[in-house]
Ligand binder design. Sequence first.
Ligand SMILES: Cc1cc2nc3c(=O)[nH]c(=O)nc-3n(C[C@H](O)[C@H](O)[C@H](O)COP(=O)(O)OP(=O)(O)OC[C@H]3O[C@@H](n4cnc5c(N)ncnc54)[C@H](O)[C@@H]3O)c2cc1C
Length: 656
Amino acid sequence: MSLDSKVPQGPLEQKWSSHKMNSKLINPANKRKYTVIVVGSGLAGGAAAATMSELGYKVKCFCYQDSPRRAHSIAAQGGINAAKNYQNDGDSVFRLFYDTIKGGDFRSREANVYRLAEVSTNIIDQATAQGVPFAREYGGLLDNRSFGGAQVSRTFYARGQTGQQLLIGCYQALEKEISKGGVTMYPRTEMLDLVKVDGHAKGIVVRDLTTGEITTHAADAVCIASGGYGNVFFLSTNAMGCNVMAAYKAHKKGAYFANPCYTQIHPTCIPVSGDYQSKLTLMSESLRNDGRIWVPKSKEDAKAIREGRKTPLDIKEEDRDYYLERKYPSFGNLCPRDIASRAAKEACDDDRGVAPTGLGVYLDFKDAINRLGEDTIRARYGNLFQMYEKITGENPYKTPMQIFPAVHYTMGGLWVDYNLMSNLQGLHVLGEANFSDHGANRLGASALMQGLADGYFVIPSTIAVYLAGQKPGAVTTDAPEFKEAEAAAKEHINKLMNIKGKRSVDSFHRELGNIMWDYCGMERTKEGLEYALKRIPEVREEFWKDVRIPGDADELNAELEKAGRLADYFEFAELMCYDALNREESCGGHFRGEHQFTEADPEVQDGRTQAGEAKRHDDQFSYVAAWEYQGEGVQPKLHKEELVFEFVTPSIRSYK
Ligand SMILES: Cc1cc2nc3c(=O)[nH]c(=O)nc-3n(C[C@H](O)[C@H](O)[C@H](O)COP(=O)(O)OP(=O)(O)OC[C@H]3O[C@@H](n4cnc5c(N)ncnc54)[C@H](O)[C@@H]3O)c2cc1C
């Protein structure tokens, strides 16, 4: 039986408004009797906490940073999409909806995506009213640029700091509510477990990261907005602290994890340069508005560059392969991320990569600088160019940037229905932590849109659907479930502290990350995934025998924090591999080597696609895979939400 997504009936464009009209409300005097826990203070959690408090709910908001203002959302560079159609270039709510469904390779839920496109316009109004300094044109109107997978300009931006500026707006709203007493903020506090009472999510267990004290908190509902899990690969563009703990612990308590294998590999990151690295740096997709991606046409030229005998400037125009423009003339350098990443891998597999490791391609601004002048390019991307130069020592105004794909975003997450509630009653999931509206591939500038849509506009309304059926304050931390969960969390920490082994947490994390990158990364195969499923438990066992965590549990202990997060990644990595193994097709960021078009396919012969492109199997896999936990090391149980396409017809995704 298909999971019930609770999508309202009726025409697509009226579903959200009629759902709000038909849903139960809680009157203002009663709202203040309800307490809601929000785990996360990024754009999704921060927006949700501030808005629910404004509505009158009592909110307890948790984050592990020293300030909510430092949530990972602050890293977002390029922009946020909205169907404002300020450019009058043919954009509309329906076009944004269509681009997102197609960009996600027809693996997302239509009604949610339409709602996302619909509220996208409100987000820009909200942020502008908060004073977010979006870039403006000469005449004073908000400016736009283009991101991948779209042929219109709908991306609003604040230089290369869009996430930071949006988060400052959100943080101001949150601080206002904190000062009014509506939100109690718990910084430097990590959720260790979810507490369930009579099958409903009613609280959490947390650790104070400065004192090590473990306590519990009860509420009428819990919202998890804890971000993505890209760091399972060790190296990613995510902040070092990003982790899967909150979502995975909820999964272990019964929440289904949907499409965990859908990972986004971003095409434009600074290539890995050595074993000492613990972090990768993104070069925003916005750069693809003006930068042109190429590798040398000949392997000899590429080799000469790698060996330092030639520089990119020595390669004549006619000897360069602008492979995205050649393969995808309509979208060119602005084709979606999954496609651009695979094309870069293909060029490097063909021995035409240019970094010293052979894993790099060029992003070149020569033509844009000739056309627009260096000042214009500096005004558009100055901080990104500066960051690139600081890291690599090369001046991108003079020589092309070297880039290569890296793990960036996770489309998978806890399964939620139309109300953003998981299959566990009372547990709501927002932002990157839910399985989201992006299907198998997220389009650039759509994560900020989704996080803020969830936080400012969706959950403040849909939380009442659940709360209206609950007696406020009925559960307190006196319930035995809280004592049990607290004791289990303490035991888990004691177990970690008592290993007293020899290897550092990072060395284990790097080993796990290498397995995941090699076998569950840009290209997956049955054989590789089966190997990973054999290898991960072996390394996990080694971790539990030999990890070294210096210091004590009752003090600030960064190694203990990392070890706790890694322990979850070790289990979660297996879940990802099971999902990737089950999905015997290629779609979006999930590319199975066995499932790609070949010259023999009629779709290639009639020109609808090209050999080597991802091959979906809609007849078998047009569903969301939602996994139920069955115990450590045990294969999880698969539940399906069948995807129904009423308004868009799935087709071969072409960007030619
Ligand atoms: C370098 C970079 C650039 C990007 N640029 C863009 C862009 O231009 N446009 C775009 O749309 N998207 C972009 N993205 C993606 C986007 O930034 C993220 O998807 C989005 O910000 C996630 O927001 P969030 O609120 O869901 O989670 P986050 O911002 O990751 O916040 C998570 C919150 O949860 C808290 N938390 C996590 N676990 C726990 C726990 N166990 N206990 C307590 N608290 C916890 C954290 O403290 C934090 O407050 C970018 C991503 C990266 C890495």
